[in-house]
Design a protein around this ligand. Structure first.
Ligand SMILES: [Zn+2]
Length: 301
């Protein structure tokens, strides 16, 4: 899946910066979770590392064949296709904190010369997962960047990283896509009409989430069923069980979003519980006890 849905302005901006050689050493992509920030970051990395990309950088000027986007055929693009481009350092969001050791490894990897002669690019998803020590250690990288290094950090909210970090980055905001757009996109990527419509509805314009739900269609159905049970009549014991089951997963926020969608169909009647869920969502960001919060929430509805 090489195409990126939406975010035309951001893509054009990044492509323009590459062509004009007007690159900053670090970028902070911000916007709601799962709307495609990492997809754009990944595309940007492929473009920067593509051997066919012409930038105003002298070393690339003689290269031909550039039309738009990464070529998909050169050594670098091929290595990307295999998930093994040595010039690309990718810290995916695995739900865990980013330790100072990990940041040290990133710094070391960035200090090595590029294999394909261009840049080294580092993409760190949800950088707010980094511990305070890790963020401080990374500050050095942002303050004294290696030449030919481009760093992309993503966060769901700018306020989640310190000003010292964000002030050293070029900021790029991301919004959600229209549901209809997501639906067409999913259909183009192999989903049936019905599935595409259902997933587009539940993902609320968040492309990354839509793709995740498409991959794990069963887990979406499970969540919808669970929401159905909770909004129906669930015994106290079952509610505790549901709370521990949900909090054990990585996607508590996704579950709450699905629940919110259901409740919003009758906003007047459900106003109170909607407010409670929104408060829990807000608290999830500070490392509060997920299970306890969910138990309290499920017992109060
Ligand atoms: Zn290429």
């Amino acid at each position: 899946m090489n195409e990126v849905l939406g975010h035309k302005v951001q893509l054009a901006y990044l492509e323009g910066s590459v062509k004009a050689g007007d690159l900053h050493h670090s970028y902070l992509f911000f916007g709601k979770p799962n709307i495609g920030k990492s997809m754009v970051g990944f595309w940007f990395a492929r473009l920067l590392l593509c051997e066919q990309t012409v930038t105003s950088d002298k070393r690339h000027e003689t290269r031909k064949g550039y039309e738009t986007g990464p070529c998909g055929k050169c050594h670098s693009c091929e290595a990307f296709g295999l998930g093994q481009n040595p010039d690309f350092i990718h810290i995916k969001d695995n739900g865990e904190v980013i330790s100072i050791e990990e940041i040290r490894e990133v710094r070391e990897a960035l200090s090595l010369s590029p294999r394909f002669g261009g840049y080294k690019v580092c993409l760190i998803e949800n950088f707010n997962r980094a511990t305070r020590e890790a963020q401080n250690a990374f500050l050095k990288t942002l303050e004294e960047p290696e030449v030919k290094t481009v760093i992309v950090l993503t966060v769901s909210d700018k306020a989640l990283v310190s000003d010292t970090i964000s002030s050293r980055c070029r900021l790029l905001g991301f919004g959600v896509a229209a549901n209809a757009q997501v639906e067409v996109y999913l259909a183009e990527n192999g989903a049936s009409k019905e599935t595409a419509r259902e997933i587009a509805y539940f993902s609320c314009g968040r492309v990354g989430l839509a793709l995740k739900l498409l991959e794990q269609k069963e887990s979406l159905e499970e969540k919808i069923a669970l929401v159905g049970e909770i909004t129906g009549s669930l015994s106290l014991q079952k509610r505790f069980f549901a709370a521990s089951k949900i909090s054990a997963g990585e996607d508590v926020e996704e579950f709450l979003d699905i629940w919110l969608l259901e409740l919003r169909q009758d906003f007047k009647k459900n106003k109170k519980i909607i407010q409670k869920i929104l408060a829990v969502k807000e608290n999830l960001r500070t490392n509060a006890n997920k299970k306890l919060m969910l138990e309290n929430l499920l017992l109060s509805v």
